[in-house]
Design a binder for this molecule. Structure first.
Ligand SMILES: Nc1ncnc2c1ncn2[C@@H]1O[C@H](COP(=O)(O)OP(=O)(O)OP(=O)(O)O)[C@@H](O)[C@H]1O
Ligand SMILES: O=P(O)(O)OC[C@@]1(O)O[C@H](CO)[C@@H](O)[C@@H]1O
Length: 309
């Protein structure tokens, strides 16, 4: 069983607006609301790939009920802590003409200390029966920036591998706690290391530098340019096939789902990264976040290129 953690889930609302501009009024050509937040997207893709998955984190209010209903519909086991506030909404404006994506992410509700403690107790229990754990995204108000450090330590004590996909202070604190794997994107690594990464050689160096913290797999994702993966077997570049992009929102989450499933199935890291790349690319072909089809993933997998750096 794979366990996914989403501390700050969201109802992801996307609008397709051709020729979007700041400061003007537009009518959307298409709108869509889905259960989202990074870890929820990971959950949906893991389920599509055919693995059993339990989802945990915090949920509250009507948005929380909507997310739980959507996950129940697809057969995900839910083990969320119910909070008093309302789960957030995040907005994405997708403009296929200018090929831009504008996002407005709410901070999320306030979570009390009592609920945080309940969550940690529950996480401790769940991680005893799940050997692969993904933990993704920002945390809502009231949750300490050290939360992922705590989760990494609990997972390790219980013999589980934790894959972390977060940013900012959460990431900066967590890398020192030696998670099994991290998957920042290029901008997140630039912030973390406080320097620009000009080319593939500099990204490779950054991946190896982060691996030195004691992290088994460091994967830096680069959108349409693929990803760089540093692991025990060496450093690899994964290059995805070219596709017609609808929305890459959630491609990083789909990539994490592919990695989690590959590792769960005992693939070697390069094969897990090929599956991950196919999932990230498959997600970018649709407007929905955290949405892939098995047919697309199978087809794309055969067209991912791997280079040893
Ligand atoms: N336009 C694209 N074409 C092909 N593959 C893509 C494209 N965008 C993303 N991918 C695939 O998905 C992976 C993850 O994408 P990306 O680097 O955009 O993640 P991210 O920034 O974490 O995204 P998010 O935070 O929205 O989930 C890439 O490494 C790549 O394999
Ligand atoms: O605020 P966070 O947790 O960093 O990111 C939230 C979010 O942008 O990430 C997902 C895409 O990866 C969306 O589903 C969601 O709205």
């Amino acid at each position: 069983m794979i366990l996914t953690v989403t501390l700050n889930p969201s109802v992801d609302r996307s609008y397709r607006v051709d020729n979007f501009q700041v400061g003007k009024i537009f009518r959307a050509q298409e709108e869509n609301s889905v259960a989202g937040g990074k870890g929820i997207n990971v959950t949906k893709v893991i389920k599509t790939l055919g693995e059993e998955v339990t989802a945990t984190g915090f949920l509250g209010g009507k948005s929380g009920e909507f997310i739980e209903e959507e996950l129940n519909k697809i057969g995900v086991k839910c083990s969320f802590i119910k909070i008093d506030g309302e789960t957030r909404t995040c907005i994405a404006i997708l403009d296929p003409v200018s090929k831009t994506q504008t996002e407005i992410l709410e901070k999320g509700p306030y979570v009390s200390q009592e609920h945080v403690e309940k969550f940690l107790d529950n996480f401790n229990e769940l991680s005893k029966s799940c050997n692969i754990i993904t933990a993704s995204g920002s945390a809502p108000r009231g949750v300490s920036e050290d939360i992922y450090v705590e989760l990494i330590n609990i997972a390790r004590q219980n013999g589980a591998k934790l894959i972390l996909d977060t940013s900012g202070e959460y990431l900066s604190k967590a890398v020192r706690a030696k998670p099994f794997m991290i998957k920042p994107n290029r901008e997140e690594v630039e912030k973390l290391l406080n320097r620009k990464l000009k080319d593939i050689e500099e990204i490779k160096k950054a991946a190896l530098e982060l691996k030195q913290f004691g992290i088994t797999i460091v994967s830096i994702s680069l959108g349409s340019e693929g990803s760089i993966v540093a692991c025990e077997e060496g450093v690899f570049r994964l290059i995805p096939p070219q596709i017609k992009v609808a929305s890459p929102v959630g491609s990083g989450d789909s990539y994490v789902a592919g990695m989690a499933v590959g590792i769960k199935r005992g693939f070697d890291i390069v094969d897990a990264a090929i599956l991950a790349t196919a999932c990230g690319t498959a997600n970018a072909m649709y407007y929905k976040t955290g949405y892939v089809t098995l047919e697309d993933v199978e087809h794309l997998k055969n067209n991912v290129k791997v280079e040893k750096l």
